[in-house]
Design a protein around this ligand. Structure first.
Ligand code: PEP
Length: 254
């Protein structure tokens, strides 16, 4: 770990109203005083809570991320939200290609690629998620699957700046299941991704880009994961919903 700046990001999924968001961000920013200022802390509330989250996070070290975006800037896409909308609200990052989007909303590598392009066009830093299912792991396809997702998501997008690009390795079998990848399992995939990135985009990019791990991170397993050489932080779902748990991860993970 930590030739690269650590990121600890909370993915709230479909949780928290605006009022709940306001009190969460207040509480989190209060406890963050005095914690290693070198790390980046992000929260990704649902769309309806983003404005309140940005307002409460102003002047704190908490950055706010969207959980998804459409690849077009505007148009007849009922229910969708675009890059310019997220940017105008004050989001700095956007999660793209989360396994729940891939599984329940038909998000393919091609759509992920379009969404990453849209994020970059609007100065939003993509948090590009990828990871294998349990079946794929058990049938020995992990590396093929993550390579396909990595190449498909990045496609022809160039140039990519490592400081404005984040990858999250999230094995699907570890998301929300309580079954965390062992540090060895996670490190192995992170090192593989870095090697593939080096072939694709060069050594400098591969050595500088942050690759987060996600999948049932808790305060008691965060430090062993984040201390692995190629793991630069975490994307946290369930355990980001309570300030105490998220803060516990932040303290352990940096
Ligand atoms: C996630 O949704 O990105 C995630 C990692 O969830 P959890 O921490 O609940 O496994």
């Amino acid at each position: 770990m930590a030739i690269r700046k650590v990121i600890i990001a909370g993915n709230w999924k479909m949780h928290k109203t605006s009022a709940e968001t306001r009190s969460y961000i207040k509480e989190l920013s209060a406890v963050l005083d005095g914690v290693n200022p070198d790390s980046e802390i992000l929260a990704a509330p649902p769309f309806t809570s983003l404005a309140v989250a940005v307002e409460e996070a102003k002047g704190t070290r908490i950055g706010i991320a969207g959980q998804n975006l459409h690849w077009e800037d505007k148009g007849a896409f009922t229910g969708e939200i675009s890059g310019p909308m997220l940017r105008e609200l004050g989001c700095s990052h956007v999660i793209i290609g989360h396994s729940e989007r891939r599984q329940y909303f038909g998000e393919t590598d091609e759509k992920v690629n379009l969404k990453i392009a849209a994020a970059m066009n609007h100065s939003l830093i993509p948090i590009f998620c990828l990871g294998e299912s349990l079946d794929e792991r058990e049938s020995g396809k992990t590396f093929d699957v993550v390579k396909r997702q990595l190449l498909g998501g990045i496609g022809d997008l160039r140039p990519l700046e490592p400081k404005n690009f984040v990858i999250a390795y999230e094995p699907v079998w570890a998301i929300g299941t309580g079954r965390t990848a062992t540090p060895e399992q996670a490190q192995e995939v992170h090192a593989f991704l870095r090697k593939e990135l080096s072939l694709l985009l060069g050594k400098d990019f591969a050595n500088s880009v942050r690759i987060l791990y996600g999948g049932s991170i808790k305060p008691d397993n965060a430090s062993t994961l984040v201390s692995c050489e190629d793991i630069d932080g975490g994307l946290i779902g369930g355990a980001s919903l309570k300030v105490q748990d998220f803060f516990g991860i932040i303290k352990e993970g940096i």
